[in-house]
Structure formats: structure tokens, C-alpha cells
Design a protein around this ligand. Structure first.
Ligand code: CP
Length: 311
């Protein structure tokens, strides 16, 4: 039996486990690209319950299960289309859905919802993101992306640009990075700084973190830049969004002015913060990054369904 049962946070993962998941994920490359058939998960069923919108997370989880020979039960827009609309609690929904599926993928708009689901479920629960708290499987695919683009994770200076206050991707990613020997630079408007408890957690683990508002200067020492959308939907005060929107934009000229090759990541979807003229820049990898999500999600299904182990 795998030592990994649920994936609801990046905090508990060791470097050995993360490296093992990344190694395992890369063994699925040909299956993910439909070059090789697989029946590894034949007879298994995943239920994807999405209470918030998604393109990449839901479809890459579903692609991973289907290409490994399993089947999918999918609820999109679950606040309106499931019995949550009638007032059913998350716990009751999870206890019901696990009668129909062997593993549950959950995206939900309440902080801590993934942990609550895992606490009541016997079936493994994989979080697809809970409010602005965490998005752990995104962090794993982001770490895989750095390893594939740069050859290794250690030794890189990774610059995160944008809305860290509302970003579950930032939180899970920086928890993951804290297992490696990297330098992190955070660039954001002062109002959108990372949560103090998240910063303290990773600094206590020894992660070197610099905070600055000077993006051009940061790019001159950056190996990997990861830019985030300012998340309009999470602002309580619309005027605050108007004040900070457009604070940081990355375009090709800025990358070329940095005078070094830079890997450019984005969790997507993008708005104006990442110019489309970056798409042909050699380090632009955000569409490869979204493919890597299939590899990671294949590895996670294999692990939690007892088809592989990483210790
Ligand atoms: N990166 C990510 O979570 O994208 P979706 O919202 O499309 O799933």
C-alpha cells in the first residue's frame, strides 16, 4: 500500500517523496501522449467534483485516468448542478460519491474543504484547489516543469510575480520549493503580498526569499519566472482590484532586456499580465507546463490506487 493516501497540501511532502513522484510521472510520457496504450487503472473510477471553474485541472485529471484505462464521473459547476444547490453538506456529498468512485478529485471555494473531505472519506481525496489556500497537484507539476526545462531544481533562482495574497498556486509551490536549494524572489504590489504564515513556514525550513517591487532588476538574476494573474474574483473590494490591476506585465522585450535565458511559467489562464509576444520566446513553457499536469496526475492516481509507491 502506498504511503500517500490523500493530496490536500504540499506541506507534508518530503523531498524524497516529491522526487519520487516526479520520476514516476515521467514514466507515463508515452501513455500521456497516446503513443502507448495502458490498462494500469482498468476497472478504476475517479469522480471529479468541481465547485469552481477549471479547464486544465479537471481535464488533465480526467485525461490521466482515461489514458491509464480507467473511467471518469464528472461534476462541473457543482454548486449549481449537484445536491450542494439543495444545501447538502460537503461531507455528505463526499460520503455519497465514494460509493460510486475509487478516488475523488475536489476543487472547492472554501478554504480547508479538501482537508474536510479527506477527513471523512475512505477513498483517497486529491485536491484540485481550495479557495486561495492550496493547489498541491499544481505545485507538483510546476516542480516537474522546472526540472524538465532547467534539467534540475536545485541551484535556480525562481521569481514569482503577481497576486500572491490570493494565490493557492503560490502557496503550494513555495511549500514545495522549500525542499530544494533554490533562491526565491517575490515581486508583487504591497497589497498582494504572500500570507505571513506561509512565508514564515518556508523561511523556517531554510528557504531564501527576497521580496522586491523591481521586476526588471529581479529578472537580471532569474532562471525561472512564474507570473500569476491578479485574481479579480477573490477581491472583496472591487476598488482595490482597480488599484492593482495591471501592476506587473511581462513581455518579450523585458525578458530580452534581462540578458539571460529565462524559463517562463504561468499556471493559466492568463489575462494581460503575460503578453502573447512571449509565446515564441524560447523559454516560454506554459503550454508544456499544462501537459505536465497529465503526467503528475497519472502518477498520483497510480500511487493512491496502490499501483506504485515512492516511500
Ligand atoms: N492552473 C489551473 O488550475 O488552471 P484551471 O483553473 O484551468 O484548472
Amino acid at each position: 500500500m502506498s504511503s500517500i493516501h490523500d493530496v490536500v497540501s504540499m506541506k507534508p511532502f518530503s523531498r524524497k517523496q516529491i522526487d519520487g513522484i516526479l520520476d514516476l510521472s515521467e514514466t507515463f510520457e508515452d501513455v500521456a501522449r497516446a503513443k502507448k496504450p495502458s490498462n494500469l487503472l482498468a476497472g478504476h473510477v475517479v469522480a471529479t467534483l468541481f465547485y469552481e471553474p477549471s479547464t486544465r485541472t479537471r481535464l488533465s485529471f480526467e485525461s490521466a485516468m482515461v489514458r491509464l484505462g480507467g473511467q471518469v464521473l464528472s461534476v462541473a459547476d457543482a454548486l449549481k448542478t449537484s445536491s450542494a444547490w439543495k444545501g447538502e453538506s460537503l461531507e455528505d456529498s463526499i460520503l455519497t460519491v465514494q460509493n460510486y468512485a475509487d478516488v475523488i478529485v475536489l476543487r472547492h471555494s472554501e478554504r480547508g474543504s479538501a482537508e474536510r473531505a479527506a477527513a471523512v472519506a475512505d477513498a483517497p481525496v486529491l485536491s484540485g484547489g481550495d479557495d486561495a489556500n492550496e493547489h498541491p497537484t499544481q505545485a507538483l507539476l510546476d516542480l516537474l516543469t522546472i526540472r524538465r526545462e532547467q534539467g534540475k531544481i536545485d541551484g535556480n533562482t525562481v521569481t514569482l510575480v503577481g497576486d500572491h495574497k490570493h494565490s493557492r498556486v503560490t502557496n503550494s509551490f513555495i511549500y514545495g520549493l522549500a525542499n530544494y536549494k533554490v533562491n526565491v524572489i517575490l515581486v508583487n504590489p504591497p497589497e498582494l503580498a504572500i500570507a505571513p504564515d506561509v512565508l514564515k513556514h518556508v523561511q523556517d525550513k531554510g528557504l531564501k526569499v527576497e521580496e522586491t517591487s523591481d521586476l526588471a532588476a529581479a529578472l537580471k538574476k532569474t532562471d525561472v519566472v512564474y507570473i500569476f494573474r491578479i485574481q479579480k474574483e477573490r477581491f472583496k473590494d472591487p476598488q482595490e482590484y482597480e488599484r492593482v490591476k495591471g501592476s506587473y506585465v511581462i513581455n518579450r522585450a523585458m525578458l530580452e532586456a534581462a540578458g539571460r535565458p529565462i524559463t517562463v511559467m504561468h499556471p493559466m489562464p492568463r489575462l494581460d499580465e503575460l503578453s502573447t509576444d512571449v509565446d515564441t520566446y524560447p523559454g516560454a513553457c506554459y503550454f508544456r507546463q499544462s501537459f505536465n499536469g497529465v503526467l503528475i496526475r497519472m502518477a498520483l492516481f497510480a500511487l493512491v490506487l496502490g499501483k506504485a509507491d515512492v516511500g
